[in-house]
Design a protein around this ligand. Structure first.
Ligand code: ZN
Length: 242
């Protein structure tokens, strides 16, 4: 009789531990970095899990906004702009998928005599603090905000973005700049701050700043040569709160 009670207690303890671990796991789904294609069943599973656990909202255009570990995803695409920031500890270099896509693009460009290279890629939160402060000292806060992100609000911290060649508007009308504008979507990249979309992105046109979003979304944003902004496409803002 005594041993039966003992056994029962042990079983109850094990069950309790199991339920606790299960609940914890469901509360904290693994960090999602969703730039690659997934099978639809994986996406379905993920959506079911997230709809139960992550805080959920919708954009003006009906896309799902999710916050996971302080990072914002809209329709499974990581978003950083003046409205959506990254945690200050986030990021540790360019994502491999992004580098691979860039290498392919660079190789194809070289084949027709063009030279494109990454001039600035990942920047940590701390690096952005130094850069932004330098610009504020030089040009003032209002001017700095039109071309440089505040710390935590830079896409360079995401590991999905980089600047090409001269990192300035002289790039736009070079053979490289024109080719990149017309072809980067084929490799999954977008012109993140398109011409004429300053009111949507919150930044001036930057022909040299590319962002990886994957081929499917990149093609939609390329829009047959009339680039859409991520903000316009998703129906979101890019505005600092102060
Ligand atoms: Zn940039």
């Amino acid at each position: 009789m005594k041993s039966k009670v003992k056994l029962l207690i042990i079983i109850i303890i094990f069950l309790t531990i199991f339920v606790y671990i299960f609940v914890k796991h469901v509360e904290h789904p693994t960090n999602k970095k969703s730039v690659s294609k997934e099978t639809s069943s994986e996406q379905e599973k993920k959506k079911i899990l997230q709809s139960e656990t992550a805080s959920e909202n919708k954009t003006k255009k009906g896309f799902i906004i999710e916050q996971i570990n302080g990072v914002t995803y809209i329709d499974d695409t990581l978003i950083v702009n003046k409205t959506y920031s990254l945690p200050d500890t986030y990021g540790n270099g360019l994502e491999k998928e992004v580098l691979d896509a860039f290498d392919l693009m660079k190789t194809d460009a070289s084949a027709i005599g063009l030279n494109i290279y990454i001039a600035s890629s990942f920047r940590s939160y701390e690096q952005q603090v130094n850069l932004y402060n330098k610009y504020v000292l030089r040009d003032g806060k209002d001017a700095a905000d039109t071309y440089s992100a505040r710390p935590g609000y830079s896409e360079h911290q995401s590991g999905l973005s980089f600047d090409l060649n001269s990192i300035n508007s002289s790039f736009t009308n070079t053979a490289e700049g024109k080719w990149v504008n017309d072809n980067c979507y084929l490799y999954g990249f977008i012109i993140r701050f398109p011409e004429g979309k300053e009111n949507e992105t919150g930044y001036k046109y930057e022909s040299w700043h590319l962002r990886f979003v994957g081929k499917e979304l990149a093609k939609k944003l390329y829009n047959n040569g009339d680039w859409l902004s991520l903000e316009g496409y998703f129906g979101i803002d890019s505005k600092y709160q102060d």
